[in-house]
Write a protein that binds this ligand. Structure first.
Ligand code: ADE
Length: 225
């Protein structure tokens, strides 16, 4: 998979890809992530990429021209399955969306900033708008990092057995069961006996029951989906 991220603040985005699972996925060649600074695509003085909005009002808007140049340059080199715009008014990211995006070959992610982008960018280039939740971030970068993390860990080979995504919370619309590690007793608090029993069918059954109970208690809405 190849991900091209267009941003005015690449430095805000890079560190999540330089550690742990995402770093390893890149090193293994399972995913390529490329950052494109929008300021490299403007002819204006001071590398200007934003301007006041027509009609007045507070906040700057990213201009269409540098975005057009950047997206057109990328599209001339390869075909893209999706051109995603990060925005609080997009479809809210969930596990199902991450699963389906993880199957794609090439995607572009455009990070919004200030008041957002000129509407014509959305009309012309964007195939999908994604929000990471009902709150407003200062820009799309942190949302893009969340989106990329949720996608990349699902690419076959990125996680090993111990970190398998199959047992993640949400994979079957259930929250994950509780987990424990050594010591078996801490300050009088004991690990459930079943987990120490070595009886794997019983352990599996216990985990399923716990996942069901936890979901009923904490996120009953998931069971209605
Ligand atoms: N940009 C600003 N807020 C955002 C959000 N909630 N999700 C995605 N991109 C954003």
């Amino acid at each position: 998979m190849r991900i091209d991220i267009i941003t005015v603040l690449p430095e805000l985005l890079k560190s999540p890809f330089e550690a742990s699972i995402l770093k390893r996925a890149i090193e293994k060649g399972l995913v390529e992530v490329h950052f494109h600074n929008l300021r490299d695509y403007t002819d204006k003085s001071y590398n200007q990429v934003d301007d006041y909005q027509f009609g007045g009002g507070a906040g700057m808007v990213l201009m269409i021209e540098p975005i057009d140049k950047c997206i057109s340059t990328l599209k001339a080199e390869r075909e893209y399955d999706e051109v995603i715009y990060m925005t609080p008014d997009g479809d809210t990211l969930n596990q199902k969306m991450a699963n389906s995006l993880s199957l794609l070959k090439n995607i572009i992610i455009l990070c919004g900033h200030y008041k957002g982008v000129d509407q014509r960018v959305r009309d012309l280039f964007i195939t999908r708008e994604v929000s990471v939740g009902d709150y407003v971030l200062s820009g799309g970068e942190l949302g893009a990092a969340i989106l990329c993390d949720s996608i990349i860990r699902l690419i076959p080979g990125v996680l090993n057995n111990e970190t398998s995504a199959l047992t993640d919370t949400f994979q079957d619309n259930l929250l994950a069961p509780p987990v424990y590690t050594r010591p078996a007793e801490y300050k009088g608090m004991k690990v459930p006996d079943v987990l120490l029993s070595g009886n794997f069918p019983k352990i599996e059954q216990w985990r399923e029951d716990q996942a069901q109970k936890r979901t009923e208690k904490l996120r009953p809405d998931l069971l209605e989906q």
